[in-house]
Write a protein that binds this ligand. Structure first.
Ligand code: SF4
Length: 388
Protein backbone atom coordinates (compact mmCIF):
# COMPACT_ATOMS: atom_id res chain seq x y z
CA UNK A 1 0.00 0.00 0.00
CA UNK A 2 1.28 3.50 -0.76
CA UNK A 3 2.89 5.53 2.00
CA UNK A 4 1.42 8.71 3.40
CA UNK A 5 1.97 11.78 1.21
CA UNK A 6 2.80 14.89 3.20
CA UNK A 7 0.70 17.90 2.16
CA UNK A 8 2.56 20.96 0.85
CA UNK A 9 3.61 23.63 3.34
CA UNK A 10 1.51 26.76 3.56
CA UNK A 11 2.31 30.03 5.23
CA UNK A 12 -1.11 30.24 6.86
CA UNK A 13 -1.24 26.75 8.34
CA UNK A 14 0.59 27.54 11.55
CA UNK A 15 -1.06 30.78 12.50
CA UNK A 16 1.03 32.86 14.82
CA UNK A 17 -1.07 33.00 17.92
CA UNK A 18 -0.13 33.33 21.50
CA UNK A 19 3.01 35.02 22.62
CA UNK A 20 2.30 38.20 24.46
CA UNK A 21 -1.39 38.31 23.63
CA UNK A 22 -4.43 38.84 25.85
CA UNK A 23 -4.19 36.88 29.11
CA UNK A 24 -7.99 36.64 29.29
CA UNK A 25 -8.11 35.09 25.85
CA UNK A 26 -7.84 31.46 24.82
CA UNK A 27 -4.71 32.59 23.02
CA UNK A 28 -2.98 32.90 26.38
CA UNK A 29 0.30 34.53 27.30
CA UNK A 30 4.03 33.94 27.27
CA UNK A 31 5.46 30.87 28.94
CA UNK A 32 6.82 32.16 32.23
CA UNK A 33 9.73 29.70 32.47
CA UNK A 34 13.09 28.87 30.94
CA UNK A 35 12.36 26.27 28.30
CA UNK A 36 14.94 23.68 27.33
CA UNK A 37 16.21 24.04 23.75
CA UNK A 38 14.26 22.03 21.19
CA UNK A 39 17.63 20.76 19.94
CA UNK A 40 18.55 19.22 23.33
CA UNK A 41 19.23 15.54 22.50
CA UNK A 42 18.30 14.52 26.07
CA UNK A 43 14.70 15.78 26.00
CA UNK A 44 13.13 12.33 25.73
CA UNK A 45 15.30 11.00 28.55
CA UNK A 46 14.53 14.07 30.70
CA UNK A 47 10.76 13.64 30.16
CA UNK A 48 11.02 9.94 31.06
CA UNK A 49 13.03 10.65 34.20
CA UNK A 50 10.65 13.37 35.41
CA UNK A 51 7.61 11.20 34.74
CA UNK A 52 9.17 8.34 36.68
CA UNK A 53 10.08 10.62 39.58
CA UNK A 54 6.47 11.85 39.86
CA UNK A 55 5.00 8.33 39.60
CA UNK A 56 1.30 8.05 40.49
CA UNK A 57 1.14 11.71 41.51
CA UNK A 58 1.09 12.53 37.80
CA UNK A 59 -1.42 11.75 35.05
CA UNK A 60 -0.75 12.98 31.50
CA UNK A 61 -3.64 13.43 29.05
CA UNK A 62 -2.97 13.75 25.31
CA UNK A 63 -5.49 15.00 22.74
CA UNK A 64 -5.52 13.20 19.38
CA UNK A 65 -4.30 16.33 17.60
CA UNK A 66 -1.08 16.55 19.64
CA UNK A 67 2.34 15.97 18.12
CA UNK A 68 3.80 12.43 18.29
CA UNK A 69 6.71 13.71 20.40
CA UNK A 70 4.16 14.62 23.10
CA UNK A 71 1.64 11.79 22.61
CA UNK A 72 4.33 9.20 23.41
CA UNK A 73 4.22 10.40 27.05
CA UNK A 74 0.42 10.46 27.43
CA UNK A 75 -1.13 7.99 29.87
CA UNK A 76 -4.40 8.30 27.94
CA UNK A 77 -5.22 9.71 24.51
CA UNK A 78 -8.66 10.84 23.38
CA UNK A 79 -10.93 13.65 22.28
CA UNK A 80 -11.79 16.51 24.63
CA UNK A 81 -14.76 14.73 26.21
CA UNK A 82 -12.99 11.43 26.81
CA UNK A 83 -10.03 13.26 28.32
CA UNK A 84 -12.24 15.26 30.68
CA UNK A 85 -13.88 12.01 31.81
CA UNK A 86 -10.49 10.39 32.27
CA UNK A 87 -9.30 13.32 34.38
CA UNK A 88 -12.40 12.94 36.59
CA UNK A 89 -11.77 9.20 36.91
CA UNK A 90 -8.31 9.75 38.47
CA UNK A 91 -9.01 11.35 41.86
CA UNK A 92 -5.67 10.10 43.24
CA UNK A 93 -3.53 11.93 40.70
CA UNK A 94 -2.29 15.15 42.27
CA UNK A 95 -1.23 16.70 38.96
CA UNK A 96 -3.13 16.37 35.67
CA UNK A 97 -0.88 17.59 32.85
CA UNK A 98 -3.23 18.34 29.97
CA UNK A 99 -1.59 18.17 26.54
CA UNK A 100 -4.42 19.84 24.66
CA UNK A 101 -5.84 23.37 24.65
CA UNK A 102 -7.09 25.79 27.28
CA UNK A 103 -10.85 25.03 27.22
CA UNK A 104 -10.10 21.32 27.70
CA UNK A 105 -7.93 22.03 30.74
CA UNK A 106 -10.76 24.20 32.12
CA UNK A 107 -13.26 21.35 31.73
CA UNK A 108 -10.82 19.00 33.46
CA UNK A 109 -10.45 21.47 36.34
CA UNK A 110 -14.26 21.69 36.68
CA UNK A 111 -14.63 17.91 36.77
CA UNK A 112 -11.68 17.10 39.06
CA UNK A 113 -11.43 17.46 42.84
CA UNK A 114 -10.13 20.48 44.76
CA UNK A 115 -7.03 18.52 45.78
CA UNK A 116 -6.01 18.10 42.12
CA UNK A 117 -4.24 20.64 39.91
CA UNK A 118 -4.65 20.78 36.14
CA UNK A 119 -1.60 22.05 34.26
CA UNK A 120 -1.40 23.31 30.67
CA UNK A 121 2.25 23.06 29.52
CA UNK A 122 1.93 26.21 27.36
CA UNK A 123 -0.64 28.88 28.21
CA UNK A 124 -0.57 29.98 24.57
CA UNK A 125 -2.35 26.74 23.64
CA UNK A 126 -5.82 28.18 23.21
CA UNK A 127 -8.55 27.53 20.64
CA UNK A 128 -9.44 30.10 18.02
CA UNK A 129 -13.01 28.75 17.86
CA UNK A 130 -13.53 29.11 21.62
CA UNK A 131 -12.23 32.67 21.33
CA UNK A 132 -15.01 33.51 18.85
CA UNK A 133 -17.65 33.62 21.60
CA UNK A 134 -16.95 35.77 24.65
CA UNK A 135 -19.28 35.99 27.63
CA UNK A 136 -19.95 39.67 26.94
CA UNK A 137 -20.94 39.00 23.33
CA UNK A 138 -23.23 36.14 24.34
CA UNK A 139 -24.85 38.26 27.08
CA UNK A 140 -25.53 40.97 24.44
CA UNK A 141 -27.08 38.38 22.13
CA UNK A 142 -29.30 37.16 24.98
CA UNK A 143 -30.36 40.78 25.66
CA UNK A 144 -31.40 41.09 22.00
CA UNK A 145 -33.45 37.90 22.25
CA UNK A 146 -34.95 39.06 25.55
CA UNK A 147 -36.01 42.41 24.01
CA UNK A 148 -37.84 40.45 21.31
CA UNK A 149 -39.57 38.33 23.95
CA UNK A 150 -37.96 35.13 22.66
CA UNK A 151 -35.85 33.83 25.52
CA UNK A 152 -38.67 31.78 27.06
CA UNK A 153 -38.50 29.70 23.90
CA UNK A 154 -34.72 29.53 23.43
CA UNK A 155 -32.45 26.81 24.83
CA UNK A 156 -28.72 27.59 24.60
CA UNK A 157 -26.41 24.72 23.64
CA UNK A 158 -22.65 25.04 23.56
CA UNK A 159 -20.08 22.83 21.96
CA UNK A 160 -17.44 21.49 24.34
CA UNK A 161 -14.99 23.74 22.45
CA UNK A 162 -15.93 26.88 24.36
CA UNK A 163 -14.63 28.69 27.40
CA UNK A 164 -15.85 27.87 30.92
CA UNK A 165 -17.60 31.27 30.94
CA UNK A 166 -19.77 30.22 27.98
CA UNK A 167 -20.51 26.82 29.52
CA UNK A 168 -21.56 28.68 32.68
CA UNK A 169 -23.89 30.95 30.65
CA UNK A 170 -25.53 27.88 29.14
CA UNK A 171 -25.86 26.23 32.56
CA UNK A 172 -27.48 29.36 33.97
CA UNK A 173 -30.03 29.52 31.13
CA UNK A 174 -31.33 25.96 31.12
CA UNK A 175 -29.06 24.59 28.40
CA UNK A 176 -26.33 22.02 28.05
CA UNK A 177 -22.92 21.23 26.59
CA UNK A 178 -22.49 18.87 23.63
CA UNK A 179 -19.62 17.18 21.85
CA UNK A 180 -19.31 16.21 18.21
CA UNK A 181 -20.31 12.65 19.23
CA UNK A 182 -23.53 13.54 21.04
CA UNK A 183 -24.66 16.76 19.29
CA UNK A 184 -27.76 15.04 17.87
CA UNK A 185 -28.93 13.77 21.27
CA UNK A 186 -28.14 17.12 22.88
CA UNK A 187 -30.22 18.99 20.27
CA UNK A 188 -33.11 16.54 20.56
CA UNK A 189 -33.08 17.18 24.33
CA UNK A 190 -32.95 20.94 23.75
CA UNK A 191 -35.94 20.88 21.38
CA UNK A 192 -37.94 19.00 24.01
CA UNK A 193 -37.34 21.99 26.33
CA UNK A 194 -37.97 24.83 23.87
CA UNK A 195 -38.81 25.77 20.29
CA UNK A 196 -35.48 27.34 19.36
CA UNK A 197 -31.81 26.68 20.01
CA UNK A 198 -28.96 29.18 20.28
CA UNK A 199 -25.96 27.08 19.23
CA UNK A 200 -22.48 28.22 20.36
CA UNK A 201 -19.80 28.72 19.08
CA UNK A 202 -19.44 26.44 16.02
CA UNK A 203 -21.92 27.29 13.29
CA UNK A 204 -20.87 24.26 11.22
CA UNK A 205 -21.46 21.59 13.87
CA UNK A 206 -24.81 23.21 14.68
CA UNK A 207 -25.92 23.47 11.04
CA UNK A 208 -24.66 20.02 10.06
CA UNK A 209 -26.42 18.37 13.00
CA UNK A 210 -29.69 20.27 12.51
CA UNK A 211 -29.89 19.52 8.79
CA UNK A 212 -28.34 16.05 8.60
CA UNK A 213 -29.58 14.52 11.85
CA UNK A 214 -32.73 16.45 12.74
CA UNK A 215 -34.09 16.93 9.20
CA UNK A 216 -34.17 20.74 9.32
CA UNK A 217 -34.02 22.86 6.18
CA UNK A 218 -31.07 25.20 5.77
CA UNK A 219 -33.62 28.00 5.84
CA UNK A 220 -34.56 27.01 9.43
CA UNK A 221 -31.10 28.20 10.49
CA UNK A 222 -29.81 31.78 10.77
CA UNK A 223 -26.26 32.87 11.59
CA UNK A 224 -25.79 35.43 14.36
CA UNK A 225 -22.76 37.67 13.79
CA UNK A 226 -21.62 39.02 17.18
CA UNK A 227 -19.79 41.88 15.48
CA UNK A 228 -22.99 43.38 14.06
CA UNK A 229 -25.89 45.02 15.90
CA UNK A 230 -28.64 42.46 16.48
CA UNK A 231 -26.31 39.83 15.07
CA UNK A 232 -26.88 41.29 11.59
CA UNK A 233 -30.36 39.72 11.56
CA UNK A 234 -33.81 41.26 11.35
CA UNK A 235 -36.31 40.79 14.19
CA UNK A 236 -38.37 38.65 11.86
CA UNK A 237 -35.41 36.39 11.02
CA UNK A 238 -34.70 35.87 14.72
CA UNK A 239 -38.39 35.19 15.42
CA UNK A 240 -38.76 32.67 12.59
CA UNK A 241 -35.52 30.72 13.02
CA UNK A 242 -35.54 27.33 14.74
CA UNK A 243 -31.76 27.33 14.99
CA UNK A 244 -29.71 30.45 15.77
CA UNK A 245 -26.11 29.59 14.93
CA UNK A 246 -23.28 31.59 16.44
CA UNK A 247 -20.88 32.80 13.74
CA UNK A 248 -17.86 30.80 14.93
CA UNK A 249 -15.84 28.12 13.22
CA UNK A 250 -12.72 25.98 13.54
CA UNK A 251 -9.82 27.50 11.63
CA UNK A 252 -8.48 24.00 10.91
CA UNK A 253 -11.63 22.18 9.73
CA UNK A 254 -12.91 25.31 7.98
CA UNK A 255 -10.05 24.99 5.47
CA UNK A 256 -11.41 21.87 3.74
CA UNK A 257 -13.35 22.68 0.57
CA UNK A 258 -15.71 21.02 -1.88
CA UNK A 259 -12.88 21.27 -4.44
CA UNK A 260 -10.68 19.06 -2.21
CA UNK A 261 -13.44 16.43 -2.12
CA UNK A 262 -14.00 16.54 -5.90
CA UNK A 263 -10.27 16.47 -6.59
CA UNK A 264 -9.62 13.37 -4.48
CA UNK A 265 -12.62 11.55 -5.98
CA UNK A 266 -11.21 12.21 -9.49
CA UNK A 267 -7.72 11.13 -8.48
CA UNK A 268 -8.56 8.03 -6.41
CA UNK A 269 -11.57 6.09 -7.72
CA UNK A 270 -13.50 4.38 -4.91
CA UNK A 271 -11.98 6.58 -2.21
CA UNK A 272 -13.99 6.99 1.03
CA UNK A 273 -14.20 10.61 2.09
CA UNK A 274 -14.46 10.87 5.88
CA UNK A 275 -14.71 14.30 7.51
CA UNK A 276 -15.28 15.89 10.91
CA UNK A 277 -18.65 17.69 11.46
CA UNK A 278 -16.76 20.96 12.13
CA UNK A 279 -16.24 21.11 8.33
CA UNK A 280 -18.47 23.36 6.19
CA UNK A 281 -21.90 22.05 5.27
CA UNK A 282 -21.03 21.68 1.56
CA UNK A 283 -18.00 19.53 2.47
CA UNK A 284 -19.95 17.38 4.91
CA UNK A 285 -22.75 16.95 2.33
CA UNK A 286 -20.26 15.72 -0.27
CA UNK A 287 -18.50 13.28 2.10
CA UNK A 288 -19.28 9.58 2.48
CA UNK A 289 -18.95 9.53 6.26
CA UNK A 290 -19.02 12.21 8.94
CA UNK A 291 -17.98 11.87 12.56
CA UNK A 292 -15.95 12.91 15.59
CA UNK A 293 -12.26 12.11 16.00
CA UNK A 294 -13.14 8.98 17.98
CA UNK A 295 -15.53 7.95 15.15
CA UNK A 296 -12.80 8.55 12.55
CA UNK A 297 -10.33 6.38 14.49
CA UNK A 298 -12.88 3.54 14.81
CA UNK A 299 -13.88 3.78 11.12
CA UNK A 300 -10.25 3.29 10.10
CA UNK A 301 -9.87 0.35 12.48
CA UNK A 302 -12.94 -1.32 10.95
CA UNK A 303 -11.98 -0.59 7.32
CA UNK A 304 -10.92 -3.50 5.08
CA UNK A 305 -7.31 -3.83 3.97
CA UNK A 306 -6.73 -2.18 0.61
CA UNK A 307 -9.43 0.46 1.05
CA UNK A 308 -8.66 4.13 0.34
CA UNK A 309 -9.52 6.98 2.73
CA UNK A 310 -9.30 10.76 2.37
CA UNK A 311 -9.70 12.26 5.82
CA UNK A 312 -10.72 15.80 6.68
CA UNK A 313 -9.44 16.48 10.15
CA UNK A 314 -6.26 17.69 11.87
CA UNK A 315 -3.02 16.59 10.23
CA UNK A 316 -1.25 15.07 13.26
CA UNK A 317 -4.13 12.61 13.67
CA UNK A 318 -4.36 11.76 9.96
CA UNK A 319 -0.62 11.14 9.74
CA UNK A 320 -0.75 8.90 12.84
CA UNK A 321 -3.66 6.93 11.34
CA UNK A 322 -1.70 6.44 8.11
CA UNK A 323 1.22 5.01 10.09
CA UNK A 324 -1.09 2.78 12.18
CA UNK A 325 -2.82 1.37 9.06
CA UNK A 326 -0.11 0.59 6.51
CA UNK A 327 -2.47 -1.90 4.80
CA UNK A 328 -4.87 0.94 3.86
CA UNK A 329 -4.37 4.02 1.72
CA UNK A 330 -4.83 6.96 4.07
CA UNK A 331 -4.71 10.48 2.62
CA UNK A 332 -5.09 13.96 3.99
CA UNK A 333 -8.08 15.66 2.34
CA UNK A 334 -6.40 19.04 1.80
CA UNK A 335 -3.40 19.54 -0.44
CA UNK A 336 -1.69 21.85 2.02
CA UNK A 337 -0.69 21.42 5.66
CA UNK A 338 -3.48 21.90 8.16
CA UNK A 339 -2.30 21.63 11.77
CA UNK A 340 -4.12 23.10 14.70
CA UNK A 341 -1.56 25.83 15.42
CA UNK A 342 -2.53 26.20 19.06
CA UNK A 343 -2.50 22.46 19.78
CA UNK A 344 0.99 22.46 18.32
CA UNK A 345 2.13 24.97 20.91
CA UNK A 346 2.55 22.04 23.28
CA UNK A 347 5.85 20.50 22.26
CA UNK A 348 8.46 18.38 23.99
CA UNK A 349 10.37 21.36 25.49
CA UNK A 350 7.14 22.64 27.13
CA UNK A 351 6.28 19.17 28.42
CA UNK A 352 9.79 18.64 29.84
CA UNK A 353 9.72 22.09 31.44
CA UNK A 354 6.32 21.41 33.10
CA UNK A 355 7.33 18.01 34.42
CA UNK A 356 10.70 19.18 35.74
CA UNK A 357 9.01 22.13 37.48
CA UNK A 358 6.70 19.67 39.24
CA UNK A 359 9.64 17.52 40.27
CA UNK A 360 11.27 20.66 41.71
CA UNK A 361 8.15 21.36 43.79
CA UNK A 362 6.80 24.24 41.70
CA UNK A 363 3.43 24.15 39.89
CA UNK A 364 3.68 25.61 36.37
CA UNK A 365 0.66 27.06 34.51
CA UNK A 366 -2.17 25.84 36.76
CA UNK A 367 -5.62 26.22 35.15
CA UNK A 368 -8.23 27.27 37.68
CA UNK A 369 -11.87 28.09 36.98
CA UNK A 370 -13.47 30.32 39.62
CA UNK A 371 -16.03 28.64 41.87
CA UNK A 372 -19.12 30.41 40.47
CA UNK A 373 -18.23 29.74 36.84
CA UNK A 374 -17.31 26.15 37.68
CA UNK A 375 -20.64 25.56 39.46
CA UNK A 376 -22.76 26.82 36.54
CA UNK A 377 -20.56 25.08 33.95
CA UNK A 378 -20.92 21.82 35.82
CA UNK A 379 -24.72 22.10 35.58
CA UNK A 380 -24.39 22.26 31.77
CA UNK A 381 -21.82 19.45 31.68
CA UNK A 382 -23.92 17.26 33.99
CA UNK A 383 -26.99 17.73 31.75
CA UNK A 384 -24.88 16.39 28.88
CA UNK A 385 -23.63 13.46 30.95
CA UNK A 386 -27.25 12.61 31.85
CA UNK A 387 -28.33 12.38 28.19
CA UNK A 388 -29.81 8.97 27.33
S1 SF4 B 1 -8.80 21.99 15.91
FE1 SF4 B 1 -10.15 23.79 15.79
S2 SF4 B 1 -11.67 23.53 17.42
FE2 SF4 B 1 -9.95 22.09 17.84
S3 SF4 B 1 -8.61 23.23 19.24
FE3 SF4 B 1 -7.84 23.61 17.15
S4 SF4 B 1 -8.90 25.53 16.51
FE4 SF4 B 1 -10.00 24.73 18.31
Amino acid sequence: MSTFTEPAPTSTALLLLGRGSDAASEKGVDCPGELPAASDPDLIERARAAKEALGDRLFILGHHYQRDEVIQFADVTGDSFKLAQQAAARPDAEFIVFCGVHFMAESADILTGDQQTVILPDLAAGCSMADMATRQQVDECWDTLTDLGLTEDVVPVTYMNSSAAIKAFVGEHGGLVCTSSNAQRALEWAYEQGRKVLFLPDQHLGRNTAVRELGFELSDCVTYNPHKPGGGLTDEELRDARMILWRGHCSVHGRFTLDSVNEVRDRVPGVNVLVHPECKHEVVSAADLVGSTEYIIKALEAAPAGSAWAIGTELNLVRRLAHQHPDKQVMFLDKTICYCSTMNRIDLPHLVWSLEELVAGRVPNPITVDADTARHSKVALDRMLALP
